[in-house]
Design a protein around this ligand. Structure first.
Ligand code: ZN
Length: 236
């Protein structure tokens, strides 16, 4: 059975992971593979690689390109060996730089039956991403996250636990940190969008549309085997 690998690109907070998991839930044959779950799987298996990854992550280091790629290829092989293997993989968080992108392409072209599918870029600007996180608050009682506006409407009542908070902003959601993550994306990962654009392969979606609308667009793209990506660049 053939396997298509679709690549979801976008800054942290663009919602690409959310979309990938929604698609995988509703489309039989599609699986969501993220850099996070690939690494966690290796750690759980307690392979020598997994043990090395765990100690790196615990000391706050990034996992190197070779390791993450090998883990990804390993996970694709494992998926293909399943009794009912998936037809489509939604890849999220890999590739994260040009080196990974080129290596993935080389690997795919060496694997009979595997090809690259759609490459989708979830586009959002720095300020828009900062804004998206700036209103997020966490209920200290039940740890649910809220939009500040919806919280005010409920007269400061958490609609999950019905407690009165207190509500706090996660360190990770503060403008400096969000901005920094965006800058890293822009420097390391954004060049991939240009890389795929050169080959007329990238579909650009606004990450600021309502979640359902993005879902419909992504769904349609993935089901459309005829569409010519060049016609869609910058246009959705
Ligand atoms: Zn609560």
């Amino acid at each position: 059975m053939s396997l298509k690998i679709h690549i979801f690109l976008g800054p942290p907070g663009s919602g690409k992971g959310t979309q990938a998991s929604l698609i995988a839930k509703k489309h039989p044959g599609f699986v969501h593979v993220s850099s996070g779950n690939i690494l966690r799987a290796q750690i759980l298996k307690k392979t020598p690689v997994g043990i090395a990854i765990e100690s790196r992550m615990n000391s706050g280091e990034l996992v190197d390109d070779e390791t993450i790629l090998n883990c990804a290829f390993d996970s694709f092989r494992t998926l293909r060996q399943q009794e009912s293997p998936p037809s489509d993989i939604l890849l999220d968080g890999i590739p994260r730089n040009i080196f990974q992108g080129e290596s993935l392409q080389k690997w795919v072209s060496s694997q009979p039956g595997i090809s690259l599918g759609k490459i989708i870029y979830f586009q959002a600007g720095r300020n828009e991403i900062i804004h998206r996180f700036s209103d997020r608050r966490i209920c200290q009682t039940c740890q649910k996250s809220f939009d500040l506006k919806s919280l005010n409407k409920q007269k400061d009542d958490c609609n999950t636990c019905h407690g009165e908070g207190p509500y706090y902003q996660r360190e990770d959601d503060k403008p400096d940190i969000v901005g920094h993550r965006f800058d890293i994306f822009q420097e390391l990962t954004y060049p991939l969008v240009e890389f795929y654009k050169k080959e007329n392969q990238v579909h650009i979606l606004s990450a600021l549309l309502p979640i359902e609308e993005i879902y419909d667009k992504v769904s349609n793209l993935l089901q459309d085997n005829q569409s010519d990506p060049s016609a869609l660049v910058g246009d959705v």
